[in-house]
Design a protein around this ligand. Structure first.
Ligand code: PHB
Length: 388
């Protein structure tokens, strides 16, 4: 019988080398849209990860931390789920991360739960994401967290009647309810609640409907991107701003990354949010400067970049505390009690919910040294995921 021992031995050696190499690595699967209309989401997260690695290196507790990027082209929940499964089964990742859209995170959460793999949510802001899996922990924000403070603030500014307009999917519904709850509790009256399909190309009919209702204010939530820009433009073109109708929103509308495209339509807009590139702190200055060094053509860091940066900091902390020996339940214990000084300000994870608690700022778009920026001028400290 012919058996080539020399060849077989060589193959074994090569295999051993691969295994040794794999043991020196911690793998993180990043699931987000990297193509399609929301391709910017994935890119912003990737840039946040790169910014963290530029400042803190790619190795912790002797392990190289490697990020495997997977494109959902999304929002496509089934694909996000399949990619998460493949990352666990085929690539043997130690963490899942990313998740730009709530429906993608919701579809993937049970997969993380079953495999006991920590899932670091870097955007998806629907509250139920962390309820779907004991292995999900959020480093971004929730919609009620950023929308509720706006209900209070708008009423205190003299807006007594309002129309809400949101995208008709989970995050939109939660933003709407978050605003309505606190606006009504303060004494405000909702004139109409409009929900628009996520793929709406023309928002003009909806904007005309708001104009016909003639409320004192409009609260809107649409996913940051072409829709938010188009809404702000139509709002002005159709004469709502000049009719004295006040537009208020969460910071998705005045996303730092999009502000240059929003241009003068953004000037003066007041939004509530957890991150502004303009936030004045040493941590943020270092973050913004490093982001610009890592990728000088990437534009501006935004809420997704900072959530990915903090999520990466959390991953490093887990690896450090476990001395590189990954263990799902132990990792979740550490993640559920995480506290850190983020570029956005102090953040911590509520161990009961695995959701983020943070400061929500009230900001106005102003021109600072020739550039449009979200300038913070008021804040609500320690706001939890439910907006309280
Ligand atoms: C979400 O799906 O949770 C989502 C999408 C876009 C945003 C914010 C949240 O701008």
């Amino acid at each position: 019988m012919l058996f080539n021992y020399k060849y077989f031995g060589g193959a074994l050696l090569a295999l051993a080398a691969v295994c040794a190499h794999a043991q020196d690595e911690i793998k993180v699967g990043v699931v987000a849209p990297f193509s399609g209309p929301f391709a910017a989401y994935g890119k912003q997260m990737e840039d946040g990860i790169k910014t963290y690695q530029k400042l803190h290196g790619d190795t912790v507790a002797g392990k190289k931390v490697v990020f495997l990027i997977r494109d959902t082209t999304g929002p496509v929940p089934e694909l996000a789920k399949r990619l998460s499964q493949e990352l666990i089964i085929r690539d043997k990742v130690d963490f899942l991360a990313g998740y730009g859209f709530t429906p993608e995170a919701l579809a993937s959460a049970p997969v993380a739960q079953q495999a006991k793999i920590p899932m670091i949510v870097m955007n998806a802001a629907g509250t139920t994401v962390v309820e779907k899996s004991r292995y999900a922990v959020r480093f971004s924000n929730t919609l009620p967290q950023v929308a509720s403070p706006m209900g209070r603030w708008a009423f205190n500014q003299g807006i007594k009647t309002a129309v809400t307009l949101v995208a008709d999917f989970i995050p939109g519904h939660e933003a709407e309810q978050g605003f309505i709850k606190s606006f009504k509790a303060a004494g405000g009256q909702i004139v109409e609640s409009i929900r628009v399909p996520l793929d709406s190309k023309d928002l003009t009919p909806f904007i005309q409907r708001i104009k016909d209702r003639n409320p004192q204010g409009v609260f809107m939530w649409l996913p940051a991107g072409d829709m938010t820009i188009s809404f702000a433009k139509r709002f002005r073109e159709r004469g709502l701003a000049s009719a004295g109708i006040k537009l208020v929103a969460t910071g998705d509308l005045t996303d730092d990354h999009l502000l240059p495209s929003l241009g003068d339509d953004g000037l003066g807009l007041v939004t509530t949010y957890h991150y502004s590139m303009n936030h004045d702190s040493p941590e943020n200055r270092e973050f913004v400067k490093t982001f610009q060094e890592v990728n000088p053509d990437a534009g501006r860091p935004n809420f997704m970049t900072v959530a990915a940066y903090d999520g990466t900091a959390a991953i490093y902390e887990v690896i450090r505390k476990l001395d590189g020996k990954m263990d799902g339940p132990k990792a979740m214990d550490i993640l559920s009690n995480m506290k850190m000084m983020s570029p956005r300000g102090p953040i911590h994870i509520d161990p009961k919910t695995r959701d983020i608690v943070q400061t929500v700022y009230v900001r106005r778009v102003e021109r600072v040294k020739g550039e449009l920026e979200n300038v913070e001028f008021d804040k609500y400290d320690n706001i939890d995921a439910s907006g309280n």
